[in-house]
Ligand binder design. Structure first.
Ligand SMILES: [Zn+2]
Length: 351
């Protein structure tokens, strides 16, 4: 299927979410007026399962290509990809992989001023469509980059990725329900600009997970399609708003804090899911629904499941606000002392 939005130049176009989409990479490049050399950025595992269809499609469209494999989303990987673009005079980056590959491709393309096509191979977070990139050792939260020129999500490929990645994507999706609450609160208290269209898009993406959790759990193509589509909508909400605001509130600050206190314990979306339980509790919303939904899709809801000590959770709740002071959230309304943090984590069953 093709997702379509109002004619907004900042929004990726086309957005293909279908089985076999990988076979259409060459066709999409040509539709964007790209017929010269492409740089494929991927990782050693992903390239093995995608290269046949990908290369064939590019060859059919007579587009030359070279491939750069990276290991992690680091500053060094961004520099290496940029170096490659300058050396080979590539005209487009095809980012084929999970979150790290997509982020490195997006930022490198943005800094070298060439288009980037997002080709996600897992439904693990909303960076597949957003104009933001999270690079380790660059900033504790995502930084600005350009939106992808197009998105090609092959459901055959996404459905073969380890299911834990999809469950993590579900955690990132459900977090939209508290990010929107934080944005509404900021608008009310500080008169921060609020974009209704962006907010609706992000809210819808969180809501669609609540409504379709049982389908997602079945691990069938229809479920993957729903998760990918919702993640893309969430990413686009950031493009429309011109910031990560619609899709990132205090629950993301909690996740970024965990990255600092206990790096590499869990995936971004898994941490955000737990952060959503906490922030929904503070907002006085239906946090039990968040827990239930995460449990249905098999995403973690406890400290144990993300392999951190109870103390780490308490500390991250207490210090989440430090991540960014410029963003008004529920953490500006309620003073978090240690005792309260312990109580929240205990009542919600996280510790
Ligand atoms: Zn996120």
């Amino acid at each position: 299927m093709r997702l379509q939005f109002k004619t907004d130049k900042r929004v990726p176009n086309p957005i293909l979410i279908e089985s076999g989409a990988l076979e259409r990479v060459g066709e999409v490049c040509l539709s964007l007026g790209i017929s010269e050399e492409a740089l494929i950025v991927s990782d050693p595992t992903v390239i093995k399962v995608t290269e046949d269809k990908l290369y064939e499609s590019l060859q059919e469209s007579k587009i030359k290509y070279s491939t750069k494999l990276i290991q992690k989303a680091t500053k060094m990987a961004v520099e290496q990809v940029k170096e490659e673009i300058r050396k080979l005079k590539n005209k487009v980056i095809l980012g084929v992989g999970g979150g790290g590959v997509i982020d490195v491709s997006k930022l490198s393309a943005s800094q070298e001023n060439i288009p980037f096509i997002s080709i996600p191979t897992a439904a693990s977070h909303d960076g597949i469509a957003s104009p933001r990139a999270k690079i380790n050792n660059l900033a504790p939260f995502s930084i600005e980059a350009s939106s992808p020129a197009a998105i090609i999500a092959d459901i055959n490929v996404v459905s073969k990725a380890p299911y834990r990645l999809t469950a993590s994507g579900c955690g990132d999706l459900i977090s939209k329900l508290t990010s929107i609450k934080d944005w509404e609160l900021a608008h009310l208290r500080t008169n921060e600009k609020f974009d209704e269209e962006a907010a609706n898009l992000s809210r819808e993406s969180g809501q669609s997970l609540i409504e379709n959790a049982k389908l997602v759990k079945k691990r069938i193509k229809e479920g993957y399609q729903i998760v990918v589509e919702a993640l893309i909508k969430s990413g686009i909400s950031m493009t429309l708003a011109g910031s990560s605001r619609p899709s990132s509130g205090a629950e993301h600050m909690f996740s970024h804090k965990l990255d600092q206190i206990a790096p590499n314990s869990a995936y971004h979306g898994e941490q955000c899911g737990i952060g959503t339980i906490i922030m929904m509790f503070l907002h006085g919303g239906d946090w039990k629904k968040i827990v239930d939904t995460l449990k249905i899709v098999g995403a973690p809801t406890t400290a144990k499941e993300i392999h951190v000590d109870n103390e780490v959770i308490v500390k991250a709740i207490c210090e989440a606000k430090e991540i960014r002071n410029d963003r008004y959230t529920i953490l500006d309304e309620i003073k978090i002392v240690r005792k309260l943090a312990e109580e929240i984590a205990t009542i919600t069953g996280i510790i």
